[in-house]
Design a binder for this molecule. Structure first.
Ligand SMILES: CC(C)(COP(=O)(O)OP(=O)(O)OC[C@H]1O[C@@H](n2cnc3c(N)ncnc32)[C@H](O)[C@@H]1OP(=O)(O)O)[C@@H](O)C(=O)NCCC(=O)NCCS
Length: 137
C-alpha cells in the first residue's frame, strides 16, 4: 500500500467520495478545492484508490476534510494513518512556542474515530458549539 503526498487528483477524489455515497460538488468547485488544499494524502493499492484526506488552512487555523477510506479497506488502520499524516504536517509547520488549531466536522457516529486521534468534542468547558452555514444557489 502506497501513501502519496499532494498527488490527489480530481478523478480519484470523485471515485472515493462516491465509494462512501457522498454527494459531489460541481467539477469547478472540486478542482479549485484540490488546487487550494494545503496538503493531501491519497492511498493506493495497485491500481485501486483506497483512501484520501485533505488539509485546508492558513497557518493558524486548519481544517481536516474528506477523510475517506473505501469501504472494502476500512478497519485496517488506513483512516488513522491518513489523519496522522495530516496532523504531522501541522505539527511540523507549528513553530516552537506557537500554536495551531485543527478543526473538523465529524459525520454522525464517527466522533470516536477522531477522539482516538486526540480531538475533543465541542462544546466543552472552554469552547461553545461548532457552527456552520451552508450556502446554496
Ligand atoms: C471514518 C473512516 C475514515 C475510518 O477509516 P478506517 O480506516 O476504517 O479507520 P481505522 O481502521 O483507522 O480505525 C481507527 C479506529 O477508529 C474506529 N472507527 C473506525 N471506523 C469507525 C466508525 N465508522 N465509527 C466509529 N469508530 C470507528 C476503529 O474502531 C478504530 O478503533 P480501534 O483502533 O480502537 O480499533 C472510514 O470509516 C470512512 O471512510 N467512512 C466513510 C467516510 C467518513 O465518514 N469519513 C469521516 C468523515 S468525518
Amino acid at each position: 500500500m502506497e501513501y502519496r503526498e499532494n498527488a490527489l487528483n480530481y478523478e480519484d477524489y470523485c471515485t472515493l467520495r462516491k465509494s462512501v455515497d457522498w454527494q459531489l460538488f460541481s467539477e469547478d468547485q472540486m478542482q479549485r478545492a484540490l488546487n487550494n488544499s494545503l496538503y493531501t494524502v491519497s492511498v493506493v493499492e495497485g491500481e485501486q484508490m483506497v483512501g484520501m484526506g485533505r488539509l485546508i488552512g492558513d497557518g493558524m487555523y486548519y481544517m481536516i476534510a474528506d477523510i475517506v477510506v473505501n469501504p472494502a479497506f476500512q478497519k485496517y488502520g488506513i483512516g488513522t494513518n491518513i489523519t496522522n499524516m495530516l496532523l504531522k504536517y501541522v505539527e511540523d509547520k507549528t513553530l516552537v512556542g506557537g500554536r495551531s488549531s485543527i478543526q473538523l466536522i465529524a459525520e454522525k457516529g464517527k466522533e470516536s474515530f477522531y477522539e482516538k486521534l486526540g480531538f475533543k468534542l465541542i462544546p466543552h468547558d472552554f469552547c461553545g458549539s461548532g457552527m456552520r452555514k451552508v450556502v446554496r444557489k
